[in-house]
Design a protein around this ligand. Structure first.
Ligand code: AMP
Length: 280
């Protein structure tokens, strides 16, 4: 794997690839790689001849009191894992300037109304930060394909909406959620939790799964949601939202909605906020 730490190094590596007219797939990450991230690389390899992964903890998507400083940075381990997966290029910028050359000149991408709902309600500005960095990475790298996880459902939809107008030639692929044996969605933030807390956190998935089953059985939607929230509270998880939406994240407040839909939930457990969803 070619490891590039600056824009210059990245440009050289990309030029060498484009000479051979390769199809390039991008997998953006913030590092601390786990099986969820690695599954994205494996999927990317099915859609392109070369893969490029980025590891960048993007300051723009963290709020003032969030975990930007303590976010796990495990570069050595990450590089080993990417080598093992035979990723072709890694862009691991030495500093923020290698991504946003001129911090004053950043082209902010606004995430609109959807960006202020669900996770956006709890994390104002978060999705603007995500879209701004993804747009930048798309501009710098210009991939043919980009892979994002369904774990961050709202993020994936917002990126898709952004790409329709700004990057219509990039094919976006949504990768399924990779879970631990107890159902919990793998996440770098799970590292903040102790073993007993991880067991508690698995109740978020249980409540999502149970809610989907109840909806299929036509249990009243309001009842499903209030029971799910009560269940989470009884398991010492603090729910922020628990909602049913369609696959484009339009609100659903009826039973027997025929199309593809998704229950999405977010909880806090001992200051760590987790998200998960189940599509059905
Ligand atoms: P992150 O490093 O958290 O920014 O995630 C980088 C990419 O990995 C995003 O597209 C995430 O949606 C995806 N991802 C994270 N966790 C999982 C998981 N458990 N299963 C599938 N994809 C994931």
């Amino acid at each position: 794997m070619i490891i590039t730490r600056t824009r210059k190094e990245l440009d050289v590596a990309l030029k060498n690839f484009s000479k051979n007219s390769e199809k390039l797939a991008l997998i953006p990450t913030m590092g601390n790689l786990h099986e969820g991230h690695l599954s994205l690389i494996r999927i990317a390899k099915k859609h392109a001849s070369k893969t490029i992964s980025t590891i960048f903890v993007n300051p723009l998507q963290f709020g003032k009191n969030e975990d930007y400083d303590k976010y796990p940075r495990t570069h050595e381990d990450d590089i080993k894992k990417l080598n093992y997966e035979k990723c072709d290029i890694l862009f691991l910028p030495v500093n923020n300037k290698e991504v946003f050359s001129n911090i004053e000149d950043i082209k902010t991408i606004h995430s609109g109304i959807l960006g202020s709902e669900l996770c956006g309600k709890i994390r104002p500005g978060h999705f603007d930060g995500v879209l701004t960095v993804v747009n930048k990475l798309f501009e710098i790298i210009n991939p043919d394909v980009a892979v994002f996880g369904a774990k961050d459902y709202q993020q994936e939809i917002l990126i898709r909406q952004m790409a329709v107008s700004l990057h219509p030639n990039i094919e976006l692929i949504k990768a399924p959620i990779i879970r631990a044996e107890n159902g919990i969605a793998l996440s770098s933030r799970n590292n903040y939790l102790s073993e007993p807390e991880l067991e508690m956190a698995a109740n978020l998935y249980k409540s999502l799964y149970h809610s989907a089953q109840s909806y299929k059985k036509n249990v009243d939607l309001k009842t499903i949601i209030s029971e799910a929230k009560n269940y989470l509270i009884s398991k010492k998880l603090i729910p922020h939202y628990f909602e049913l939406r369609d696959h484009n994240l339009n609100k659903i407040d009826i039973n027997q909605f025929e199309g593809k839909k998704v229950f999405l939930g977010s909880v806090t457990i001992n200051n760590t906020r987790l998200i998960d969803n189940i599509e059905f």
